[in-house]
Design a binder for this molecule. Structure first.
Ligand code: 4DW
Ligand code: GAR
Length: 216
């Protein structure tokens, strides 16, 4: 069983999807600890409800980012974690931390990276008029929202979408692909080659997502 630590800052719906996946018989990973930088993060209750150890490490209690990251690192190592999952974790990690956890640190992001890095991704996609959006699980590199892509899900953008409806459609896919990524890593089917994550998985029947649907 791969030992996973999850870092959160908020509501923790992606944490919940990982908790639920780990409950499935035969799932090859377990969550050994959840850390939040905010004491009021809703995800802490989800972890506690699942009997998972939690910790709050407030960035406000540290003089600088390096000191905060050192405290995170010590707690993660205390959990004996082998993989760190960022799940709505909102503090930029230092290059030192990211390199220490290179290829053992992953993030979920609500866009088809490298498009729409940063915040407010869905509104920006709507403003640009794109017809396909989605989400990405990737290995973390020091530059924000970069790193080898493990898995992505694409969703259509509909004419009547607003940011809330598009966000919900993407979030539903986040909850599918984040546990899939953890499973693939736990099964050692993912290897990083330069900037690509190669995934040992036979191709499925999907040919393309076309949006708007051709209706054919
Ligand atoms: C991310 C990127 C920037 C901020 C917050 C989140 C995306 C995921 C992520 C979290 N930590 C990371 C990443 C990443 O992609 N790469 C690295 N670390 N190295 C952001 O600008 N956060 C600011 C604080 C926001 C807040 O506290 O609400 C900040 O100053 O850190
Ligand atoms: C998720 O949509 C996640 O993709 C996004 O924050 C949300 C957290 O929700 N992450 C980022 O934007 C990272 N740049 P959750 O707390 O319910 O999992």
């Amino acid at each position: 069983m791969l030992r996973v630590a999850v870092l959160i800052s908020g509501r923790g719906s992606n944490l919940q999807s990982l908790i639920d996946a780990c409950r499935q018989e035969g799932f090859p990973a377990r969550i050994v600890g959840v850390i939040s930088n905010r004491a009021d993060a809703g995800g802490l209750q989800r972890a506690a409800d699942a009997g998972i150890e939690t910790a709050v490490i407030s960035h406000r209690n540290y003089a600088d980012r390096a000191a905060f990251d050192a405290a995170l690192d010590a707690k993660i190592r205390g959990f004996d974690a082998e993989l760190v999952c960022l799940a709505g974790f909102m503090r930029i990690l230092t290059a030192g931390f990211v390199e220490d956890w290179r290829d053992r640190l992953i993030n979920i992001h609500p866009s088809l990276l490298p498009a729409y890095k940063g915040l407010d991704t869905q509104q920006r996609a709507l403003d640009d008029g794109v017809r396909i959006s989605g989400c990405t699980v990737h290995f973390v590199r020091p530059d924000m929202d970069t790193g080898p892509v493990i898995i992505q899900a694409a969703v259509p953008v509909l004419d009547n979408d607003d940011a809330a409806s598009l966000t919900a459609r993407i979030l539903a896919q986040e909850h599918i692909i984040y546990p899939m990524a953890v499973k693939l890593i736990a099964e050692k089917r993912v290897r990083v080659q330069e900037n690509r994550a190669m995934v040992d998985m036979p191709p499925g029947p999907e040919k393309a997502l076309i949006s708007p649907s051709t209706g054919l």
